[in-house]
Design a binder for this molecule. Structure first.
Ligand code: NIG
Ligand code: FE
Length: 420
């Protein structure tokens, strides 16, 4: 048996097998002087120390917090090329949509992704995953959506499956099919035709090969309408996909309301979600996934996290890492923006990046909290209180990352806090 024991820890964790909503999001336990034992990847004990178990790895976490591994539940992490020139145009005043409308944006990355090989995509993605593990991420959601044709959409998803099968992979990937990310040049002027193509030609192949758990769409003015989104997502749901939706990011379209109507796992972005949409999501139990790094880099107003939590929504926080609107996977900065600008408490932000992130990808029964029966995914912080997460603004305080009881990142030698 493979055993890992972390002792002398201050365990900080939400509890449960589903998203915490509204005021429950603040229910994060702090258990000083505790230990956690992981056997063959699964947590078997959380509580007072039972002493040396004789075999396996022991980690002394004296003076440190141990919290659930971070679940980054919204990223676009498999792509070819980069778009630094578009970032420069935005700095000089161009809007994200104006760049997209003149052929840049997602279609720009589509060209680079279609030109990339399976090997190139795999190595680039693995390099990104190692950066994520260094920030305490143990599970990441990854979307397709830069192929926009049958072969390249399948390739993006296959790359994620390949990486999940590699023993050296530090972060588990939950794949989402986002074929409806933009209208590709082949279907210019015919978004309905493209949606028909996805429903009849691509979705069934993704399903048959078991390459994605969820189906997503970019529901936005000038991209796909609410009606087109309803059509695709209903077809996806009918063949067994869970649903996610990029909703109300640039303007208010009613995407939040649609997510509630369809019983989606999550609606994401929501910078311009209406009051009715927020209330409908709360009633339907849709996780509101907020992406403050995108608002920050696009100079848009932050999503109304307080309004959502106070209305009884379950909020998740994720990075939206992608080569365009938000070329950042920074967990520390996400934490800081959520607490400083979205008025979330440290406890709410922890729940949002662990248990609620897990719920947003349908895995809250398996990961997202430190409890017996869950997978042993944890991060040890270089601090004795989680209050350092936003206080060390934009600075990484992950000391050790553990996935399924295996150390995948270790920077304990570089402690600032314990050496001070
Ligand atoms: O979540 N909004 C749509 N999709 C991404 C951006 C993708 C890109 O610009 O390449 C997002 O922000
Ligand atoms: Fe996104």
């Amino acid at each position: 048996m493979n055993r890992l024991r972390i002792y002398n820890a201050t365990i900080v964790t939400p509890r449960g097998n589903s998203a915490l909503a509204g005021s429950d999001m603040a229910n994060v336990e702090r258990l000083p002087g505790s230990e956690v034992v992981v056997e063959d990847g699964i947590i078997t004990h959380v509580g007072p120390s039972r002493g040396d178990l004789g075999s396996g790895t022991d980690i002394d976490a004296r003076g440190r917090v141990v919290m659930p591994g971070i679940v980054d539940s919204h990223t676009h992490l498999v792509f070819g090329g980069w778009r630094p020139e578009e970032f420069g145009w935005r700095l000089r005043g161009d809007s994200y949509m104006s760049i997209m409308n003149r052929g840049g944006g997602i279609v720009n990355t589509m060209k680079a992704t279609r030109a990339a090989t399976r090997d190139e995509l795999t190595h680039k993605t693995l390099a990104l995953l190692r950066r994520m593990a260094a920030m305490g991420v143990t599970t990441v959601e990854g979307k397709s959506g830069y192929g926009l044709d049958l072969d390249t959409e399948l390739l993006q998803l296959q790359v994620m499956a390949d990486i999940n099968a590699m023993p050296e992979n530090p972060v588990d990937i939950a794949a989402t099919f986002l074929g409806a990310h933009a209208v590709p040049p082949e279907w210019a002027g015919n978004p309905d035709g493209y949606i028909d193509f996805i429903i009849s030609e691509v979705l069934p192949q993704v399903k048959n090969r078991n390459l994605a758990h969820s189906c997503d769409i970019f529901c936005e003015k000038g991209v796909f309408t609410v009606e087109q989104s309803r059509r695709l997502l209903t077809a996806a749901r009918d063949i067994g996909f869970s649903l996610k939706i990029h909703a109300d990011e640039i303007v208010t379209t009613g995407g939040a309301e649609l997510s509630a109507e369809l019983g989606a796992l999550s609606a994401d972005h929501l910078l311009h979600a209406s009051d009715e949409g927020i209330d409908a999501m709360a009633r339907a139990g849709v996780v509101a996934t907020l992406l403050p790094l995108t608002a920050f880099t696009l100079r848009e107003p932050y999503a109304r996290a307080r309004r959502m939590i106070d209305s009884g929504c379950a909020v998740a926080l994720a990075t939206d890492l992608n080569p365009g609107s938000c070329c950042s996977g920074s967990i520390p900065l996400t934490f800081a923006l959520a607490c400083i600008y979205m008025n979330m408490s440290v406890e709410e932000a922890i729940t949002a990046m662990t248990l609620n992130g897990a719920a947003a990808i349908g895995r809250a029964g398996m990961i997202g909290s430190i409890e017996p029966g869950k997978q042993g995914d944890m991060v040890i912080l270089d601090a004795d209180t989680p209050d350092f997460l936003p206080y060390f603004t934009g600075m990484n305080i992950a000391a050790v990352t553990i996935r399924a009881g295996r150390v995948v990142y270790d920077a304990t030698g570089d402690s600032i806090y314990l050496n001070s």
